[in-house]
Write a protein that binds this ligand. Structure first.
Ligand code: PAF
Length: 326
């Protein structure tokens, strides 16, 4: 029997045994939050959409709740090709593509629609494309919502209330500069250490959107929630460049379609939790206060000195064009 016929016979017996006649490619996808969070919902949608487009070609293995480490470690895993995909916040993205930090500037976006329009428009697309230069491939911008402050020391109504507050920030210089300017004591920390640090009183508080506060049940370790909405929190669906380069054109198209569906699911989750989250957290016993526009203005004023540094780093033209984007 020729080599060709032997191959056909082997494929035939594998199909008869019900096994796929080709090797499936594994996609390990890591993310910091639980399967029922906005990240988990997006990752599941992503997997299902890839399967709908490609059949059995890819086998997904999910590593939720920082199962593969902190966000920085996971992105480094993508760069060296040991992890195929992730959904991450912008916490550490500026360490890989510095320009992403511009979206972390406090009080930059008016609302979710404004943020989504900018991220999906030419400015967001240009920054997404820069990930190709650092061993990664950005598939789509997702989001977490606007970040709010939680803490165990006191309710926060004015910048004086955050004076000296040991607040965990992401490992993100833009956020650190804002809390420095407010007179807080920002403590950058990788996410996997945050809950135990709050439990042990190493830090007084942290800041995250309702999507995170609700899904992580931060009410179990935090008493006060201030709806400060001080900064929008983008997320990104990223794949490893070695993995991406190994896909053919139809597989790449399938991953792109799936990414669009995944961020749609993530944004729908955020829309939902933005309307129901505060009630949920009150029912769970948190003391919640919302900043009035006048109170918010005092925080904007307090961090205005950080803006000089932001303009220097990102250019005032870029910041202004984001603010003016319709
Ligand atoms: O605060 C953070 O580090 C991020 O918002 C989190 C919770 C890891 C989600 O990406």
């Amino acid at each position: 029997m020729s080599f060709y016929l032997r191959g056909l016979a082997m494929a035939g017996s594998l199909m008869a045994l019900g096994a796929p006649a080709f090797a499936q490619t594994e996609v390990k996808i890591g993310y910091a939050l639980a399967p029922d969070s906005h990240y988990g919902v997006a990752a599941k949608t992503f997997e299902e959409a890839v399967r709908a487009e490609t059949g059995d070609q890819f086998e997904f293995t999910h590593f939720p709740s920082s199962g593969l480490g902190g966000e920085r470690e996971v992105i480094e895993g993508l760069q060296i090709g040991t992890i195929e995909a992730t959904i991450v916040s912008s916490g550490t993205l500026a360490n890989f593509v510095p320009e992403t930090g511009v979206f972390d500037i406090p009080f930059l976006f008016r609302d979710l629609d404004h943020a989504r329009a900018v991220l999906d428009g030419p400015i967001g697309e240009e920054i997404l494309a820069e990930f190709d230069d650092v061993g990664l491939h950005g598939l789509a911008w997702g989001e977490q919502g606007f970040r709010h402050i939680t803490n165990n020391r006191n309710a926060i109504e004015t910048p004086a209330d955050v004076e000296g507050l040991k607040i965990r920030t992401m490992e993100n210089p833009v956020h650190q500069a804002a809390f420095d300017a407010m007179g807080a004591a920002p403590t950058p920390m990788a996410w996997p250490e945050v809950i135990s640090s709050l439990q042990q009183g190493v830090i007084d508080g942290q800041e995250n959107p309702l999507s995170v506060i609700v899904s992580v049940k931060l009410d179990e370790v935090q008493q006060y929630l201030t709806l400060s909405g001080h900064v929008y929190s983008p997320a990104m669906l990223l794949v490893s460049q070695p993995f991406w380069d190994g896909l053919d054109d139809s597989q790449k198209a399938a991953f792109e379609t799936a990414a669009t569906e995944a961020v749609g699911a993530m944004r729908a989750y955020v829309d939902d939790v933005e309307t129901t989250g505060v009630e949920t957290l009150k029912e769970r016993g948190m003391e919640v206060n919302e900043l009035s526009p006048e109170e918010k203005a005092t925080f904007q004023e307090a961090i205005s000195e950080a803006y000089d540094g932001y303009y220097e780093t990102y250019g005032q033209d870029l910041v202004d064009s984001i603010v003016a984007y319709e």
